[in-house]
Design a protein around this ligand. Structure first.
Ligand code: PEP
Ligand code: MG
Length: 913
């Protein structure tokens, strides 16, 4: 603990550095810091300083800056200089208030809150009422004339301190509290009187002693030091770590700790507390939005013990305070030039501002608010472009809740694990989900509610409209699986208690049973009572169109989609794709009517038989390609020749062995047995330990040239046929996994020869290019050679990442979580392009390629093509286009536009984090 005196030998690792200003005071109309100092003070601390300087009513206090947290992370303690400066600030605060922390007739009480540079709502810890102990609680009771309030504040402190600082499970305290309510036969927390609360306090102290093996600290200074350190530790809790990962926030930043004089919203009917936004954070509409509770403390508003009241009601209850609040928040919005998210407390009729920050908002709200702020003259169009995170545009592509006419009662907020909306009846097990979800006309939407999901729940998850879990983070099973399924999920909604045996869900003091309706918003993480309507996706939303019309002129690079079938291609065009960057032709072979021909081709042990099987596939491929050409109407369609190893098209070895063993035992004479044995033999011949590096890519086309011939023929026959119908085509034939010029030359020669044959036969030529994927380090390093034959490059950064790191794409998840938590890697390199290593190969590849062929067309088609940070990189290295899955096209368009705009406007992306 930080208060312990350091032994001499440790002085080295915790140097006293009096030059560092660790503690920043605010109060009495002026602050040491200001709103720009988010790096040091965190968003909350900077906001408090700025509001204080602006003369707003802010309870005084001090911010211990992020450097102290970083120090704590390095050495598990802060230096004694931090303690010294904190003590000095505390004395200043005590003087200003005319009170002493936890002492005297009018004890000073403080809150200790986290606050990092980028807001991480609810991820870190807070402690209120600090300074209460067995003596000061009595003083507070006398002073307030309200013993119930005093004891309630004290029991809250023990509970919060016990949980956050001493790491005792919340449930241990809840058990005591619930038992007391039962004993006193009361329903509401507020029904427990002072005497009952005193008894609760005694029990709470026993809980502390039992689980923490120590007494609840009576010394207020000790409480403060311990609370500060716990807030610093909370920077590294699991939720905060997850949050940083998904929001791309560095682990190194650390949080500040804000110590602030308490004001009480629970001092009676002229006191209250609330939270709000200057605009609606779900829709972006300009309206004063929020909720409050009279006679309550902050946590009551969010914990759901009581139902908060819409903020407009405050106008009736306390018109002066309401007007002052509106006035202040309007000023704050103008000052920060962005929508504000604020917290306030009213203590005996006097308003205090506790926090203001740029408000988090959904994608829809971000776009609408950005447009409105431009129209109001608050920001410029150029600034507006950066007020929307590219990933937020995904919200326009998934269904959402229609909140316009509905009464929205938020029951709980969890993690926005998989975006979209889902409305349905609650079920508690996967089996029930299957039974209740029904089929066809009898289909019935269900929401699967679980503590956590496991792989055994998959069948239920598949049929459910949405998933809600009370535990687990953004990478929990539920979150990962639903994102893969494109299904709405709210995960880790801690306020929801799920009792799968009793088939009950408890939240906000209400009980929900199987069959009750709830609505989920996977974009904001909200769980809403009842049955809301949903609205379909709207990529042609007029506000989105307007917003993009401001951003797009800055975009320099093209955006194509990865699509294998016409339906996806059409969808991608609707989202604004300017071509197809990757058609993975192998996906066309897995269809039921094709796989037998594919297998026949693979089973063939001579060229003649192989050609016969390929001939059957030819018309199918031809019609696939024709569909794509038609859908894209003259835009580039990049078609990659067969890539995966052939064994992927055959049944699994183990399954075959089992089937053979069963047949041998039951029907040893069956002709099927012979056939299966032949297949097994071929499977074993083709079996590879590391198929990702094996007989795949252009190696297939080189060893079996007839495959390349058939695919090339299908492409050119389709293109000619489509053009004869008056539709333009632009085929780009792409050779996968090349490493040498000779490989490229070998395959390009086949493609060009077949093209000439088809053109001669059909008496019509079409325009086309032959190029390659660059997905092996060697290819990047000899790109000047390869470019002699390749007319375009497309960086396959999935394989390039795998081969550069030597990680297997399929197995990396076994090690990735450790690598991320240990900080060995900052991000998953398969999601966010590794600029230093893989990125360097990309740079080299482009430079060398263009040395040989200055106009070489260069793009990317790995997963990174839809990731905003990677898109920015692609812009910087001068690619012509990025390609990504259809649902990321909007994101890529905005990310590319922002990259272009930052260049042009020389601004750093001032995004709202
Ligand atoms: C790649 O490797 O980046 C790529 C796009 O190809 P695939 O994912 O099909 O291997
Ligand atoms: Mg690849």
């Amino acid at each position: 603990m930080a208060t312990t005196t350091l032994p001499e030998t440790e002085i080295e690792i915790t140097p006293k550095n009096p030059a560092v200003k660790y503690v920043y005071f605010f109060g009495g109309g002026k602050a040491d810091g200001n709103g720009k100092m988010k790096d040091e003070l965190g968003g909350k601390g900077a906001g408090l300083a700025e509001m204080t300087n602006a003369g707003l009513p802010v309870p005084p206090g001090f911010t211990i800056q992020t450097e102290a947290c970083r120090e704590y992370m390095r050495h598990n303690q802060v230096s004694s200089e931090v303690d010294r400066q904190m003590e000095e600030a505390l004395q200043h605060l005590e003087q200003l208030q005319g009170q002493k922390l936890g002492k005297g007739d009018n004890p000073l009480l403080v809150s200790v809150r986290s606050g990092a540079k980028f807001s991480m709502p609810g991820m870190m810890d807070t402690i209120l009422n600090l300074g209460l102990n067995d003596q000061s609680v009595e003083a507070l009771a006398r002073r307030s004339g309200n013993p119930r309030f005093a004891y309630d504040s004290y029991r809250r402190l023990i509970q919060m301190f016990g949980n956050v600082v001493l790491e005792i499970e919340k449930a241990e305290f809840e058990k005591v509290f619930d038992a007391k309510k039962k004993q006193k036969k009361t329903k509401l927390d507020t029904d427990l009187d002072a005497k009952a609360l005193k008894e609760v306090i005694a029990e709470y102290k026993k809980v502390v002693k039992k689980h923490a093996k120590r007494d609840f600290p009576q010394d207020s200074h000790e409480q403060l030091v311990m609370a500060r350190d716990a807030v610093f530790r909370s920077w590294n809790n699991d939720r905060a770590n997850h949050y940083r990962r998904i929001n791309n926030i560095s682990d190194e930043l650390g949080t500040a700790a804000n110590v602030q004089a308490m004001v009480f919203g629970n001092l009676g009917e002229t006191s209250g507390t609330g939270v709000g936004f200057t605009r609606n954070p779900a829709t972006g509409t300009k309206e004063f939005y929020g909720e409050f509770l009279m006679n309550a403390q902050g946590e009551d508003v969010v914990s759901g013990v009581r139902t908060p009241v819409p903020i407009l009601e405050l106008q009736k209850i306390m018109p002066d305070v309401y007007n002052q609040l509106r006035d202040i928040t309007t000023r704050l919005e103008k000052h920060y030039r962005d929508m504000q998210d604020f917290e306030f407390t009213i203590q005996e009729g006097k308003l205090y501002m506790l926090q203001t920050r740029n408000g988090k908002r959904t994608g829809l709200a971000a776009v609408r608010a950005a447009i409105q702020m431009v129209e109001e003259g608050l920001i410029t169009k150029e600034e507006a472009i950066f007020r929307v995170e590219p990933n937020q545009l995904y919200d326009f592509l998934v269904p959402r809740l229609d909140e316009k006419k509905a009464k929205v009662e938020v029951l709980a907020t969890g993690l926005p694990a998989s975006p979209g909306a889902a409305v349905g009846q609650i079920v508690f097990t996967a089996d029930e989900a299957v039974t209740k979800a029904g089929h066809g006309a009898k289909k019935n939407p269900v929401i699967l509610v679980r503590g956590e999901t496991t792989p055994e729940d998959i069948h239920g998850m598949e049929v459910a409209a949405g998933i809600l879990t009370s535990r687990g983070g953004m990478t929990s099973h539920a979150a990962v699986v639903t994102r893969g399924m494109g299904k709405c999920c709210v995960a880790g909604a801690g306020d929801v208690q799920v009792d799968e045996h009793a088939r009950e869900m408890r939240v906000k003091g209400q009980v929900f049973r199987e069959g009750d309706w709830i609505s989920l918003d996977g974009t904001t993480g909200r769980v809403i009572r009842g049955k809301l309507n949903t609205l379909d996706a709207s990529p042609d939303d007029p506000e989105l169109t307007k917003f993009l019309s401001w951003a797009e002129p800055f975009r320099k690079i093209g955006v194509r989609a990865n699509a294998d079938i016409p339906r996806d291609a059409i969808q991608a065009r609707a989202f604004g794709a300017e071509g197809i960057g990757l058609c993975r032709t192998e996906h066309m072979f897995f269809a039921e009517d094709r796989i037998p021909h594919m297998r026949a081709m693979i089973m063939a042990d001579n060229e003649k038989d192989r050609r016969a099987a390929l001939k059957k596939l030819l018309p199918m491929q031809r019609s696939d390609f024709a569909g794509l050409f038609r859908a894209m109407e003259g835009l580039p369609v990049t078609i990659r020749l067969l890539d995966p190893p052939l064994h992927e098209f055959l049944p699994k070895r183990e399954e075959l062995m089992v089937e053979i063993a069963v047949l041998q035992a039951t029907k040893p004479k069956s002709p099927k047995l012979k056939e299966l044995k032949t297949i097994l033999r071929r499977v074993e011949e083709l079996h590879e330990f590391n198929p990702m590096l094996g007989h795949r890519g252009c190696r297939l086309g080189i060893t079996y040239p007839e495959i390349t011939e058939m695919q090339a023929r299908a492409i050119f026959e389709a293109a000619v046929a489509v053009e004869k119908d008056g539709v333009k085509t632009h085929a780009e034939v792409m050779i996968p996994l090349t490493a040498t010029l000779k490989e490229m030359a070998n395959q390009a020669a086949i493609v060009r020869r077949v093209a000439d044959e088809v053109f001669a036969e059909k008496k019509k030529k079409v325009h086309y290019l032959v190029g390659t994927m660059i997905e092996l380090p060697r290819a990047a390093l000899v790109a000047d050679e390869i470019a002699k034959e390749a007319e375009f490059f497309s960086f396959g950064t999935n394989d390039l990442t795998q081969t550069t790191f030597g990680f297997s794409r399929d197995d990396v998840n076994k090690i990735l979580p450790t690598y991320l938590s240990e900080g060995i890697l900052k991000q998953d390199p398969f999601a966010v392009l590794d600029r230093e290593g893989v990125g360097e190969l990309v740079r080299i590849g482009i430079k060398l390629g263009r040395k040989t062929r200055p106009k070489l067309e260069v793009g990317i088609c790995g997963e990174h093509g839809g990731d905003p940070s990677s898109v920015e990189f692609c812009h910087q290295v001068g690619m012509d286009y990025v390609a990504c899955s259809p649902f990321r096209v909007l994101t890529a368009r905005l990310a590319a536009a922002q990259a272009g705009a930052s260049d042009k406007l020389k601004v750093e992306g001032g995004r709202t984090k």
